[in-house]
Design a protein around this ligand. Structure first.
Ligand code: AMP
Ligand code: TRP
Length: 347
């Protein structure tokens, strides 16, 4: 099929190999990858190692973490034969397209990115140039495959909007060569973020105003995919709550971030709604709800953790899956990159 035969629907998403994969990554992203592979013929799930090094990574740890994210995709149920699992640095098109996009995106657009401000903190002058350009590389990841659907957590919404802006500006700036090359509706699609459900922003177990994150100092703030049953139960037992019991209606969760978070997690893990959970547990104390949540979390998460550990025992097999995925990712991206170079005027 020629590239200009029209856009096909394609899913792309990425996870950084920065350690401490947690329940937020699973519920906000990885679990959706699994659902989408039934609905779409072409899904690419990428271990974004080039994004990871925008902040310092110990090389040996990075290697291990690349394998661990790969293992988490497979253990969660992504099929690496039907779809594509690979790591970003093995496909050179990501870096090539990111450079071209660096010349399309405007400083003003990047200056508005809240994640850069959060991550760079007070020491902006000392942040890497890569951290600043991070969202441009993310746009390149998606558009290198002309992907149309991007499952992510809530925190990536602004980056997705930037990817849409870059696609639009590229289509406009190069409208003439794009039309000449036979692309009637522009070259890049407008990728749609897929952000839905009760777990698009899983919060810290210790502070309902902070999102659950890989980098939080306290390990008690998150449930890691590698936690054993006892650790999961302990973290839920120690999770911060307020003195009241569970309300029977959703409006009773207003202003109660920690209570809402635990109910959201229960709803996501049980594939139900907040309303259903409150119907069942409304009026009960956390001393009754927490053990039920622990049991559910262990039932859902432990098989994944066990399978990850099993896969991690054979790094050669994981590396082979990544190599094979990269070959197939290149097959899709090379014609796109070739067309982009022609459109821009490179020889
Ligand atoms: P990262 O670990 O930053 O590469 O994130 C990988 C994926 O997990 C992205 O789609 C994020 O939006 C998602 N994610 C990260 N933290 C959370 C969270 N606390 N709740 C929901 N989704 C999250
Ligand atoms: N920035 C995303 C995150 O930290 C990871 C990512 C990189 C990504 N490239 C992507 C997500 C492309 C979706 C699509 O969570």
């Amino acid at each position: 099929m020629a590239l200009n035969d029209g856009m096909i629907e394609r899913v792309f998403s990425g996870v950084q190999p920065t350690g401490n994969l947690h329940l937020g990554n699973y519920l906000g992203a990885i679990r959706k990858f699994v659902d989408l592979q039934q609905k779409f013929d072409s899904c690419l799930y990428c271990v974004v190692d080039m994004h990871a090094i925008t902040v310092w990574q110990d090389p040996a740890e990075l290697t291990k973490n690349i394998r661990e994210v790969t293992a988490s995709f497979i253990a969660s149920g992504v099929d690496p034969k039907k779809h594509i699992i690979f790591n970003q640095s093995q496909v050179s098109g990501h870096a090539e397209l990111a450079w071209i996009f660096n010349c399309v995106a405007r400083m003003g657009w990047l200056n508005r990115m809240t994640q850069f401000k959060e991550k760079a903190g007070k020491h902006k002058e000392n942040a890497s140039v890569g951290l600043y350009a991070y969202p441009v590389l993310m746009a390149a990841d998606i558009l290198l495959y002309r992907a149309t659907h991007v499952p992510v957590g809530e925190d990536q919404k602004q980056h997705l909007e930037l990817a849409r802006d870059i696609a639009q500006k590229f289509n406009k700036d190069f409208a003439e060569p794009i039309a000449e090359a036979g692309f009637a509706d522009g070259f890049f699609p407008q990728p749609d973020p897929l952000i839905a459900g009760t777990a698009t922003r899983v919060m810290s177990l210790k502070d309902g105003s902070q999102k659950m994150s890989k980098s939080a100092a306290s390990d008690l703030s998150r449930i890691n995919l590698s936690d054993d049953a006892e650790t999961i139960a302990k973290k839920i037992r120690k999770a911060r709550t307020d003195p009241d019991g569970l309300p029977s209606e959703e409006k009773g969760l207003e202003g109660r971030a920690e209570a809402r978070n635990l109910v959201n997690i229960y709803a996501a893990l049980s594939d139900s709604t907040v309303e259903d959970v409150l119907k069942q547990y409304g009026g009960q104390q956390f001393s009754a709800f927490k053990p039920a949540l622990s049991e559910l979390a262990v039932a859902k998460m432990k098989p994944i953790g066990d399978e990850m550990n099993r896969l991690m025992d054979d790094p050669g097999h994981i590396d082979e899956i990544l190599r094979d995925g990269a070959v197939r990712a290149r097959e899709i991206s090379q014609p796109v990159m070739k067309a982009v170079k022609g459109i821009v005027g490179f020889i």
